[in-house]
Write a protein that binds this ligand. Structure first.
Ligand code: ADP
Ligand code: MG
Length: 594
């Protein structure tokens, strides 16, 4: 038999590689804008038509390319940014793989015009399916103008996977904002279907955050406090939100050396610093900028991944934790908290000659100290005013806090109605919702698994197929990393179906398809973009799916075990969605009945 192995032609190899790098218009935008930044552009314009489907254009005033370089740029592994392996440890540029342009021109029609300052005349190139179809000299401004047309024209499967224009435009915007938030000195313009939808002048970091998220009526950055720390290992700067403005739609951004990143472990450092200050399910805003020796991080992972590995994560965790506590401690504005309101407080700004300002309406009981009973939160034995000295607070919780009484081996436990666990304690009759108690315990475990990606999984002998609508498919794809980290092994089966090859060991006998569908729908109900909230809502909805139901009879041992694990969680009284787990019928309340 003759030999059968041969090398793939370049255009085929490029098209395969493109599948990795360019998944949707937003990944194309990221690559092009990063190239403009690497080229030292001061003004970058992004122009899209039909959410990047028909046109995605990036125009910059950077250093441009020579005629030869312009042609070379589209070859695979063609880069001006690194030349040897050791350069990888000293990266100062966004790009380095030399595969973005090669990938883009394999799956789209590309037209580029570019000119360097030293050249009188520029170059124009047209490329289709990786082939240069035209190269000529042109009059054009200094810089580079890349037009990517008909993205995925030759990859119908990819094109079919694109979501609605609205979703793809949102993805484009997300990518654009991430880049804009870490390059405030650069001017950005975003035009969609001939309409300017974002114009960001060169500015300071704070002004940039304001320009991205602010509405003219009230300053967005008003609730942010500075955070800054510098150690030999890392420099951290930026802003964090005051605790009382934390919410479900707050913004979380972390960047390292100019690159957006997701870092669940550092997020946890921040949340630890805020613990005791936040309502369940609320997350503070933050904009954190890490600067670190490029040798101490590894960005050499997949081009579309936003996770970045740090050599010294634990030390940085501690540094971030301390810096956050310090920043929170410095701000001793002592805002009035109104826990009953969903809205962040509007803190009015006094303008000369303005009307006298009404104090926000908050009921105050001068003798009430919310921290007297702070010990209920098992992880924060002290109130945060004690942790961060300069802080003062007049916060009023929606209902008085009570101490969760200790449960000893000797405390008798009863199950009532196969629904509630009853425990007589010194403080009164404690009643525990068994389903929610178990969900609270599982929530903690699942969230840890999602952030550490370590879960026990159980392979299915016969993979189950889950058929999905477009919307569900969209959600599922966004959830894939989290579902995988809790132990689901999912694999694309057809354009509209996934196969479930393994399930979390925790899931037991529960139906995997039902569980996933429930999670998708509950996540869709809450439109969340920040990673942490995303992960929290997945963990919670999985926990609710997996927890023992109301109506299940429990042995005393099971009850004791459940209670013990519940009381070890950071907030045993409530589920993260605010539902009550434990309540106490006090002596007084009992006496009143007789
Ligand atoms: P990488 O950015 O990893 O080097 P790319 O495929 O994105 O790879 O780009 C290849 C090369 O083309 C870059 O190294 C750079 O020299 C050149 N290039 C791309 N875009 C621009 C631009 N907007 N301005 C100047 N040079 C560019
Ligand atoms: Mg690049």
């Amino acid at each position: 038999m003759s030999d059968i192995i041969h090398l793939l032609p370049d255009n085929v190899a490029n098209q395969i590689a493109a599948g990795e790098v360019i998944q949707r218009p937003a990944s194309c935008l990221k690559e092009l804008v990063e190239n403009s930044l690497d080229a030292g552009a001061a003004h970058i314009r992004v122009i899209v038509r039909d959410a990047g489907r028909t046109l995605l254009q990036v125009v910059d005033d950077g250093k441009g390319m020579s005629a030869t370089d312009a042609r070379m740029a589209f070859e695979r592994h063609a880069t001006s940014k690194i030349s040897q392996a050791s350069d990888l440890f000293q990266l100062r540029t966004m790009g380095f793989r030399g595969e973005a342009l090669a990938s883009i021109c394999a799956v789209a029609h590309v037209e580029v015009q570019t000119r360097r300052e030293e050249d009188e005349i520029g170059t124009r190139l047209e490329i289709a399916g990786s082939e240069v179809v035209c190269q000529e000299l042109v009059q054009c401004p200094i810089g580079t103008n890349m037009r990517v047309k008909n993205l995925f024209y030759n990859v119908p499967a990819r094109r079919k996977f694109l979501k609605t224009d609205q979703t793809e435009l949102r993805n484009l915007m997300t990518e654009y904002q991430r880049i804009a938030l870490v390059n405030p000195q650069v001017q950005f313009t975003f035009v969609s279907n001939d309409e300017i939808i974002s114009e960001l002048p060169p500015s300071t970091l704070k002004q940039r955050i304001e320009a991205v998220f602010g509405h003219s009526s009230k300053p967005y950055t008003g609730h942010l406090v500075d955070i800054a720390t510098e150690t030999e290992l890392v420099r951290i700067s930026g802003f964090i939100g005051k605790p009382e403005t934390a919410g479900k739609n707050s913004h979380q951004y972390m960047f390292v050396n100019g690159r957006y990143m997701r870092h669940p472990y550092f997020h946890k450092a921040l949340m630890t610093a805020y613990s005791g200050m936040l309502l369940p399910e609320h997350t503070p805003s933050y904009f954190l900028y890490f600067e670190i020796d490029p040798e101490a991080i590894d960005v050499n992972i997949h081009p579309t991944k936003t996770e970045i590995k740090f050599a010294d994560e634990q030390a940085i965790f501690q540094i971030l934790l301390a810096a956050t506590k310090e920043a929170l401690g410095k701000f001793n504005v002592a805002p009035s908290l109104d826990f009953t309101s969903e809205q962040p407080l509007d803190i009015p700004q006094q303008k000369p000659g303005a009307m006298p300002i009404a104090v926000p309406r908050v009921q105050l009981d001068p003798t009430y100290n919310p921290f007297k009973s702070q010990a209920v939160r098992t992880t924060t034995p002290k109130g945060w005013e004690q942790l961060y000295e300069p802080l003062q607070s007049t916060s009023i919780p929606a209902e008085p806090l009570f101490e969760v009484p200790a449960i000893s081996e000797a405390t008798p436990l009863f199950q009532w109605d196969n629904r509630y666990i009853l425990a007589p304690t010194a403080a009164g009759l404690m009643m525990i919702h068994q389903h929610r108690a178990h969900a609270r315990v599982l929530y903690k475990v699942l969230l840890e698994q999602i952030t550490t990606e370590q879960a026990a999984t159980q392979p299915l002998l016969f993979p189950e197929i889950i058929e999905l609508t477009d919307t569900d498919l969209d959600t599922l794809e966004r959830l894939l990393p989290e579902l995988r980290s809790v132990g689901f092994d999912l694999e694309q089966f057809s354009p509209s179906a996934y196969s479930i090859n393994a399930i979390p060991a925790l899931l037991g006998q529960k139906n995997a398809v039902d569980t996933i569908m429930q999670v998708l729908h509950s996540v869709q109900d809450t439109e969340q973009t920040a990673t942490q909230q995303w992960q929290e809502s997945i963990a919670l909805s999985l926990a609710l799916q997996m927890a023992i139901p109301q109506g299940k009879s429990l042995t005393e041992m099971e009850m004791r075990d459940l209670l013990q694990r519940l009381l070890q969680t950071s907030s045993p009284r409530y589920l993260p969605n605010g539902q009550t787990i434990i309540t106490i019928l006090t002596h007084e309340e009992i006496q009143k009945r007789f």
